[in-house]
Design a protein. Structure first.
Length: 255
């Protein structure tokens, strides 16, 4: 497994910037993102409808680029987490994490023994079909795999300290739409309840030396989040970026 540049950057106190991929299942999208300067891409299985076969193709197209490929699985299930890693994901994002027990299951499913119970297969996609020292591969995978727990419910915020304390979880990522819905204040991101929840996640990250993550809508939003202490940001998603750029260009031509 190649060194995870995003995990290294975050561990050193740096910032990692990337984007979500929901719509464009093409062989060029990873290379386009890498050429644009993205550190990572999150290939989404929660809302996109993409199959495991589509994810396999998208992960394969990241080879030869500097892009760190991550997969958001739809649920906390062994077969989803372990299979995405076996196909070459450098990390996993899991939605709706609400307890330390659930966070520990993520680590258990993603890590090889003795840390977890991920099933062992080598000389396949995740280790680039190579031979070599299997023990070294196990150690590298356990060390380099990035694990992101999404805190996006009221229950997740209530238990955020315990979630952040789980060894092996690297990033707590706020899902802002779902969190506002769960708090009973849909899309009210300036509401004191929402801001208090954000502050609790940031405080838990600071206490337990985790990285706070968020998806920003635009540059101004991203800069404000960076100023608050978020160090892993997704700059929107493929479909919205395409639509915004096309809309702006067409409006300018019509104007």
């Amino acid at each position: 497994m190649r060194p995870n540049a995003v995990k290294a950057k975050l561990a050193a106190g740096g910032t990692a910037l990337g984007a979500f991929m929901f719509e464009f299942a093409t062989t060029g999208v990873a290379r386009l993102a890498a050429e644009a300067g993205a550190d990572f891409a999150v290939f989404d299985m929660e809302h996109s409808g993409w199959s495991i076969e589509t994810i396999r193709m998208l992960l394969a197209t990241c080879g030869g680029t500097s892009l760190v490929p991550l997969v958001r699985v739809p649920t906390t299930e062994y077969d989803l987490i372990a299979r995405a890693l076996d196909m070459g994901a450098a990390g996993i994002m899991v939605p709706m994490v609400e307890s330390a027990e659930q966070a520990r299951r993520i680590v258990e499913f993603a890590k090889y023994p003795p840390i977890g119970r991920r099933g062992a297969a080598f000389g396949i996609a995740h280790d680039n079909y190579t031979g070599g020292d299997t023990l070294a591969k196990i150690a590298a995978a356990n060390r380099e795999t990035l694990l992101i727990a999404q805190v996006e419910t009221a229950a997740g915020v209530r238990h955020v300290e315990e979630i952040a304390a789980v060894d092996g979880i690297d990033v707590l990522w706020i899902g802002h739409f779902d969190l506002s819905n769960s708090l009973g204040i849909p899309v009210q991101f300036t509401h004191p309840m929402f801001q208090d929840a954000v502050a609790k996640v940031l405080a838990a990250c600071a206490t337990h030396r985790k990285t706070a993550g968020f998806m920003c809508a635009d540059v101004a939003d991203g800069k404000a989040l960076l100023a608050k202490g978020f160090r892993m940001l997704a700059y929107s998603g493929d479909l919205w970026l395409y639509q915004q750029a096309l809309r702006a260009g067409l409006a300018a031509l019509r104007g």
